[in-house]
Design a protein around this ligand. Structure first.
Ligand code: FRU
Length: 486
């Protein structure tokens, strides 16, 4: 009885503080770095997308939300809903750390939808008081279920896998359940770190979404990172994609340039029903920019596999200037995934491209004269087609995106980069680009989404100035309107 009262008091108190913080921020929405067509936290900090799903005709986009701490802190889930990716409703923060099993954070998780409604799974983070390292001891990470008949009203939380039942060979770092159904069973993948500091994925199976038994482990043949976060596993066309965010890979010149990474393995056999180990070297990063991590995907009613990532990286060495405006980070544009071959190679990869609905945000088409764009707007969708050979694109005189000697490179000046310098990759041929520019965010899709560079940047004045040094290429530019959020 007392525990229930404590929980209700904590919940009420947090609700009040969050509503106060969000209302106070509403008076301060027209700030310089706020984006026009990407989702941001209403106030405070945002990280991973969570619980992505389509339920009836609405898309639900939950996210890791720390409304009271702009640098991250207590993690709750925030909730956006949209039918068309143009008009959104913000539906508040439905899951707060108010139970003994999630008191230090309602961590990441997913949503599984069927005829009975929405089934949400997440990790309840608990850091026990005491002298612990919170890796080998002192942390609980129960897997918790919440259900909903309508996507707006939610059941009580229910622990379905207690920490005590995770394998003893694992450290305390096990989290981020992703659930789906395949044939007669439900499956769940959880990211983990073994006691030997090896990243792994645990696969559980259930026939009722409540009782889960451990089925197998997914791993690499040779050691690859000490922790794998945010796993996702799905069939894409005739292949199987295992996506996760590994921590602890050494930096290389053309790969793994950020502190932590996000990427995938693609196989032509199902890792659930076949036994094999992945080849570390075949891991491919989702994004080559400075700011991308913890993506999650879902299948919509049209059969599209849609992925959204966090535009941010944990413990990034560079700055996010919007902190001065009392918010931090955002989500990528939803990206549709498809299987393809890498340019000029036999390798099977996943292509990512902005969801078609984004085109509805295009308004006026700009005339691009003398390979230059100069205008007062800050949101733009730019297509560069029929590229041949080396090129260079300069934005605001401070950012360069260039291609020469098989190297594609994004470089930011000290002034605009806030600690971001240069990111690059090796690529044999660049045919086209799509550049989504949104005030302080760039998403550059290369070769119809073979590569993507996602990066924040911080210019000092409004307006867009771009110089294209790319002989004979065709350039189309559209001014973007804002998404509406109510
Ligand atoms: C990834 C992550 C997840 C965790 C969440 C906490 O960014 O560390 O593993 O559930 O963030 O906010």
């Amino acid at each position: 009885m007392n525990e229930k009262n404590d929980k209700n008091d904590k919940n009420k108190n947090l609700c009040r503080l969050i509503i106060e913080a969000e209302n106070a921020q509403k008076k301060n929405m027209d700030t310089f770095y706020r984006l026009q067509f990407h989702l941001m936290p209403p106030v405070g900090w945002m990280n991973d997308p969570n619980g992505l799903c389509q339920f009836d005709d609405e898309y639900h986009i939950f996210f890791q939300y720390s409304p009271l701490h702009v640098h991250g802190g207590m993690k709750a889930w925030g909730h956006y809903v949209t039918k068309d990716f143009v008009t959104y409703n913000y539906c508040g923060a439905p899951f707060l750390p108010d139970e003994s099993f999630d008191t230090d954070g309602v961590f990441s998780g997913s949503a599984y939808v069927d005829k009975n409604g929405m089934h949400i799974f997440y990790t309840g983070n608990v850091e026990l008081p005491g002298d612990y390292d919170y890796t080998t001891a002192g942390r609980l990470a129960d897997t918790v279920l919440i259900e909903s008949k309508d996507g707006y009203n939610f059941s009580e939380k229910e622990v379905v896998i207690p920490t005590s039942s995770y394998p003893e060979t694992y450290s305390c770092h096990i989290r981020d359940p992703k659930v789906w159904k395949e044939n007669a069973y439900y499956y769940m993948v959880l990211g983990g770190r073994t006691r030997e500091d090896q990243g792994r994925i645990l696969v559980y199976r259930s026939d009722d979404l409540r009782y889960w038994s451990l089925l197998k482990e997914l791993k690499t043949r040779t050691p690859f990172a000490y922790m794998w976060e945010c796993p996702d596993l799905y069939k894409l066309e005739s292949h199987y994609v295992l996506s996760f965010s590994p921590q602890g890979i050494d930096r290389e010149e053309y790969r793994y340039q950020n502190i932590y990474h996000a990427g995938y393995f693609v196989t032509d056999t199902n890792p659930i029903t076949n036994d094999f180990s992945y080849e570390s070297d075949s891991f491919r990063e989702w994004d080559m920019g400075f700011d991308f991590y913890a993506p999650q995907s879902f299948l919509d009613n049209q059969g599209r596999r849609i992925m959204i990532g966090w535009v941010g990286v944990p413990y990034a060495q560079y700055q996010y200037a919007e902190v001065a405006e009392n918010w931090q980070h955002c989500l990528t544009i939803p990206r549709c995934l498809r299987i393809g071959k890498a340019q000029g190679e036999e390798r099977t990869i996943v292509y990512q491209y902005p969801i078609e609905e984004v085109n509805q945000l295009r308004t006026n088409q700009l005339k691009v004269e003398n390979y230059r764009i100069d205008c007062d707007d800050d949101g733009m969708d730019i297509l560069v087609e029929e590229l041949e050979g080396p090129f260079s694109i300069t934005l605001f005189d401070e950012i360069s995106f260039s291609y020469e000697n098989d190297t594609l490179m994004l470089s930011l000046s000290d002034e605009i980069g806030y600690g971001r310098d240069c990111r690059k990759c090796k690529i044999k041929h660049v045919k086209n680009l799509r550049i989504l520019l949104d005030v302080s965010l760039l998403e550059i899709f290369v070769n119809d989404g073979e590569y993507v560079f996602t990066s924040r940047f911080y210019k000092k004045e409004h307006g867009t100035h771009i110089q294209f040094d790319c002989k004979d290429a065709k350039i189309y530019a559209y001014i973007m309107k804002r998404i509406e959020i109510s």
